[in-house]
Design a protein around this ligand. Structure first.
Ligand code: GRF
Length: 229
């Protein structure tokens, strides 16, 4: 059975979704860069080993990356899962775990890399938003896509309502991606393609319809519509 290490920084709801999904793998440890991350308590309550590698206690990114890498290596995981891990990892770290380092980002990449994705999606007036699980490469929020989940953006959405809608789909998409990985069904090729069951399959894109809301019944924003062509 494969083993994984999950890295968190805060709430840990994606990590918790993974624990609840009963994935066919061993969760060797949950590691946080923040000692006060709420997710650490959740992991412990599931009997998972936890560790803290505090970025604040390291003088440079390189030293932090080295300490984090050493803590991960102790567990010899097949896969390192970034689940709301809010530190940028250096090139050397990313290369060390190439092909077995995955992340979830709360937007439909390549749109909205970086922070405040939900606010930026609303400001940009997009009608569809979502999340992306991807392999991590040295460029931030830019690696090969494994799975995406899409949700509608409504005219009366706030950052919070949109974030909650996306998060619900994160909790579906991320466990699915990790399941494929630990089952040995999904891999990254040397030339950066993502193969599922040995093939490049767009079936790995998940469009999640919202059954409780109807797009057709949402009021359109007049200001936004005036600007539209
Ligand atoms: C999620 O929206 C994730 O996509 C982003 O940070 C948030 C973390 O939430 N990278 P949680 O800690 O998993 O609850």
């Amino acid at each position: 059975m494969k083993s994984i290490v999950i890295l968190i920084s805060g709430r840990g709801s994606n990590m918790e979704a993974m624990l609840k999904a009963k994935l066919p793998c061993r969760i060797a440890a949950v590691i946080s860069n923040r000692p006060d991350a709420a997710g650490l308590g959740i992991a412990r309550s599931h009997g998972i080993a936890t560790a803290v590698v505090a970025h604040a206690e390291h003088a440079s990114r390189e030293l932090f990356d080295a300490a984090l890498g050493a803590e991960i290596a102790r567990h010899q995981p097949d896969l390192v899962v970034l689940a709301g891990f809010m530190r940028i990892l250096g090139d050397e770290f990313v290369r060390r775990f190439h092909g077995r380092l995955v992340n979830i980002h709360p937007s439909l990449l390549p749109s909205f890399p970086g922070l405040h994705t939900h606010r930026r999606a609303i400001e940009a007036g997009v009608r569809i938003h979502g999340c992306t699980v991807h392999f991590v490469t040295p460029t931030l929020d830019n690696g090969p896509v494994i799975i995406q989940a899409a949700v509608p953006v409504y005219a009366d959405d706030t950052e919070d309502t949109l974030a909650a809608r996306v998060l619900a789909q994160e909790h579906v998409a991320y466990p699915q991606a990790v399941r494929w990985l630990v089952e040995g069904r999904l891999m990254l090729t040397g030339d950066g393609r993502v193969l599922l069951d040995g093939e490049c399959r767009n079936a790995a894109v998940l469009l999640v319809p919202q059954s409780d809301d109807s797009l057709l019944h949402q009021p359109l924003s007049p200001a936004r519509e005036r600007g539209a062509t």
